[in-house]
Design a protein around this ligand. Structure first.
Ligand SMILES: [Zn+2]
Length: 129
């Protein structure tokens, strides 16, 4: 995964800097490990359950995108077949296709906006073990 496409930022609890999280930092978050701030080098972790949930849902967003593509192709194909067997007119088929394409891009745009999040990071607890 690339940082540029994900665009996930994190705010450091120590220095309040907003960091564009690097792949290794995203990895650490994914496995609930502490990592250091690239600005002040102090230990950070993501502890808020809601934010962790949102972070983990990014994977399923990619899945939503893929299945939306399949749905769009199916919808366009169905419209073509319906026009071909005379169930709908050419105009209806074009309208339907336009709506399907429009809906697809609206969803992709929504997914893209959901991916731009800023995580509020907390100071990592010192583990006793
Ligand atoms: Zn920092």
């Amino acid at each position: 995964m690339s940082v540029a496409t994900l665009g996930i930022q994190g705010r450091c609890a120590h220095c309040q800097a907003t960091l564009l999280l690097k792949p290794w930092q995203l990895n650490a978050i994914a496995i609930n490990e502490a990592f250091t701030c690239s600005h002040c080098q102090k230990a950070l972790e993501l502890r808020c359950p809601q934010q962790i949930k949102r972070f983990k849902s990014l994977d399923s967003l990619a899945l939503v995108r893929a299945s939306a593509m399949v749905t769009l192709c199916t919808a366009l194909l169905v419209a073509l077949v319906m026009e071909w067997i005379g169930l709908i007119s050419v105009t209806e088929q074009l309208n339907f296709s336009l709506i399907a394409v429009f809906g697809f891009f609206a969803l992709i745009d929504h997914v893209r906006r959901r991916q731009h999040l800023t995580l509020v990071l907390e100071a990592a607890r010192v583990h006793a073990d």
